[in-house]
Design a protein around this ligand. Structure first.
Ligand SMILES: Nc1ncnc2c1ncn2[C@@H]1O[C@H](COP(=O)(O)OP(=O)(O)O)[C@@H](O)[C@H]1O
Ligand SMILES: [Mg+2]
Length: 248
C-alpha cells in the first residue's frame, strides 16, 4: 500500500488531439488533497489543454481523468463543477456587463442558494476587500488585477475541492502578482487543492508544493518545488539564471 493519500485528481495515460495535432502525449498527473501543484512549460506545450481537459472543454482521445477516484472524462463541464472542480481559466471570462456581485452569484449556480451562500460571500469579501468595495460595479470596468480577483472569488463561490488556474498572474502588475499568490496560499490553507499553470516559474515554485514540467505535450520532469528550484535545467530554462561558471 502506498503511504500517500488517495489522489484528488489523476490523469492516467491521457492523450488529446485537435484534429491531427497530437497535444497531450500519454500524460500522467496525480494531485493529492491539500496540495498546490504547478504546471510549467514553454509556449504551446499543452498547459491550457491540460486545464481544459480537466474542465471538459477538451476530451481525451484515450486515457482517463479521475476525480476522487472516479472517471470524469465523460461528464459535462457543469457536472464537473457540481462535483467540486472550479476553473479560473485564461482571459478570466467574467460577465463584463454584470456587476461584481452578480458574477460572484454565478459562481454558485450549481448550488442551491442555501444559507451558506452569504457565508461564502463574506469569505470572498474577506479575502478580497477590494472586490467588496467594487461589488456594485460592472465587472467589465475593473482593472485586470481586480478582474482576476473576481474570477478567483467566483471560483470559490462554488465551494470547490479543486481549483484549476490557467496563468493567474498573466498581465498583472507586480503588486497584483504578489497579492494573487498570497491569496492562492490563503485559499489553500483554508483547505482547497490548487492545480495551476504559471509562466512565472519563480513565483510558482515559491508557492507550490510540487510541480510538473511539460515539453511538447510530454511530462519531462516532476518533483517537489524545492527539487525543481535546485534543478540546473529548470534554473536555466525557467528561472532566468545564467549558465554555471559565471562568477559573481
Ligand atoms: N482549439 C484548438 N484548435 C486547434 N489547435 C489548438 C486549439 N487549442 C490549442 N491548440 C494548439 O495546441 C497546442 C497546445 O496549446 P495550449 O494547450 O493552449 O498550449 P499552452 O497553454 O501550453 O501554451 C498549440 O500548438 C496550440 O496552437
Ligand atoms: Mg496557455
Amino acid at each position: 500500500m502506498s503511504p500517500d493519500p488517495a489522489p484528488l485528481l489523476q490523469f492516467r495515460g491521457v492523450n488529446t488531439h485537435y484534429g491531427d495535432l497530437h497535444v497531450l502525449k500519454d500524460v500522467n498527473y496525480s494531485i493529492a488533497p491539500g496540495e498546490i501543484v504547478s504546471l510549467l512549460g514553454g509556449n504551446a506545450c499543452g498547459k491550457s489543454t491540460t486545464m481544459k481537459t480537466i474542465m471538459g472543454l477538451v476530451r481525451p482521445t484515450t486515457g482517463t481523468v479521475l476525480f476522487e477516484g472516479k472517471p470524469i472524462e465523460r461528464l459535462s463541464t457543469s457536472a464537473r463543477v457540481a462535483r467540486g472542480i472550479a476553473p479560473v481559466l485564461e482571459a478570466r471570462r467574467l460577465f463584463p456587463r454584470m456587476t461584481v456581485f452578480e458574477n460572484l452569484e454565478m459562481g454558485a449556480y450549481t448550488r442551491q442558494r442555501d444559507a451558506r451562500f452569504d457565508e461564502d460571500l463574506e469569505r470572498v469579501y474577506g479575502l478580497f476587500p477590494r472586490v467588496k468595495e467594487r461589488r456594485a460595479q460592472l465587472a467589465g470596468t475593473l482593472s485586470g488585477g481586480e478582474q482576476q480577483m473576481v474570477a478567483i472569488g467566483r471560483a470559490l463561490m462554488a465551494r470547490p475541492r479543486l481549483i484549476c488556474m490557467d496563468e493567474p498572474s498573466m498581465g498583472l502588475s507586480p503588486l497584483f502578482v504578489e497579492q494573487v499568490f498570497d491569496i492562492i496560499q490563503a485559499i489553500n490553507r483554508q483547505g482547497t487543492t490548487i492545480f495551476m499553470v504559471e509562466q512565472n516559474a519563480a513565483m510558482a515554485l515559491q508557492v507550490a508544493h510540487r510541480a510538473y514540467v511539460l515539453q511538447t505535450g510530454v511530462v519531462v520532469l516532476s518533483g517537489t518545488a524545492e527539487e525543481l528550484r535546485r534543478n540546473e535545467d529548470i534554473r536555466q530554462a525557467y528561472l532566468g539564471e545564467m549558465a554555471v561558471g559565471t562568477a559573481t
